[in-house]
Design a protein around this ligand. Sequence first.
Ligand code: HEC
Ligand code: HEC
Ligand code: HEC
Length: 399
Amino acid sequence: MPRAEPAAGSLVGGRYLAVLGNCQGCHTRPGAAPFSGGRGIPTPFGTVFSSNLTPSASGLAAWNADDFWRAMHHGQSRDGRWLNPAFPYTNFRNITRADSDALYAFFKGLEPVDGVPPPHALRWPFNTQWALLVWRRLYLPTTDAQPVLAPQNAADAQLRRGAYLVQGLGHCSVCHMSRNALGGNADMLSLAGGFIDGQSWYAPSLRDPMDGGVQNKPAAEVRQLLQSGRGGVDRTTGPMAEVVRHSLQHWTGEDMVAMVAYLQSLPPVVSAKNRTAPPPPRRVWDSGAALYDKHCADCHGAQGQGVRGADGNWAYPPLRGNRTVLQSSPANLMQTVLYGGFGPSTAGNPRPFGMPPYVLTLSEQEVADLLSYLRAAWGHQAGPVSALDVQRLRDGAAR
Ligand code: HEC
Ligand code: HEC
Ligand code: HEC
């Protein structure tokens, strides 16, 4: 097989590309050497363990650049084994050969670390190669990778770069996409929103400006949100704060501009779900309003108007009109109120104010009353939250 060696000097580039793709996040066990693999990635079908990407015998020692390209582009290991799509090759297949080679050079330049990842702990039939073959036939395009945004002219370069980042290395759709019972979607690059971590978080639709879409926000504010974890009234929390911490905060300004331009270019799709719900019954409203005054109003304001700090930024974000409050799914709202939240500590926002947890203070019924009130107060019409919703999230929350 011809051995395609990457160009000299691509190491710096490869290190950056590994940050764009957040390879380290999945390929490092807590406390272990970076990229040495063995981290368990939970899926609805069991746990998949990430590979060792260092150039040791249990890692990439025997690999050449063609082997690496086949894994990234085609989801196939060096020994011919079909790889589990918990490795997001449905996105990575969109990257260029040059970027694959630069990544390969970066991993080959690492210190070799021994360590064979544990075997995957998947339920039958998901642990079989034929199941992966069926899955590939359903969800992996047979055509060669399509340019995610067809190049028209030079002016498109920025949007094309943005699409490449979002749909390729950035693998945003891995979370921002719904999955069927087989873990697939007719459009594996869909950004229409979906649940992750067993329904305990909702990665909102990046197409819907009322959900997670950023089409109607000032570009500078969106860049600030994605680079520092805080922009305008919006904050990133939970799994998204991790993406900011490990990947997005390190992106170059140019790539950030390109990504935001692409996100803002997505045609808006507004779903009417939960946007005309009637107010909750009197008992719930009164109980929720009293809980809000007692526990939340000091920081977020009696009318949910928020409080600005001396620097002009929101110290306590407004809850009136807040998308986390109004999202079609209340999952992230429940997470925030139950478990509190700190934005990621980033260069752009080194000491975020914290939101206190209420899991020990409020009962499930009280949380339900409070959130039903919040989702109906101040003209909101987002629909109620039940004590059962809160209980399910508490039981399933992997925190
Ligand atoms: C969302 C988690 C996740 C991310 C992000 C991720 N990987 Fe992986 N990767 C995995 C898992 C899980 C496997 C094991 C799949 C299997 O064995 O079937 C894997 C396998 C691989 C393999 C195949 C190794 C082998 O032995 O066959 C390569 C190569 C690889 N990843 C490279 C990368 C690179 C490069 C990046 C960053 C650009 C990256 N991965 C980001 C989860 C991830
Ligand atoms: C590991 C899963 C995961 C990945 C990968 C991911 N997101 Fe998210 N994202 C989430 C979750 C969960 C939320 C909801 C929590 C929040 O608002 O911070 C979210 C929220 C968002 C929001 C709305 C933030 C707000 O407060 O209004 C934007 C915009 C966003 N993501 C963009 C992206 C982009 C762009 C990428 C790819 C570079 C990406 N996400 C990758 C899980 C993810
Ligand atoms: C001590 C002050 C304080 C109190 C009390 C407080 N919060 Fe917060 N809250 C914050 C801060 C600070 C943030 C922003 C955290 C961040 O930047 O990630 C926040 C964030 C939030 C968010 C997420 C907003 C977004 O845009 O993502 C929600 C929802 C929320 N609080 C609701 C509540 C509710 C409901 C209560 C009462 C049960 C409450 N808070 C009580 C300080 C407070």
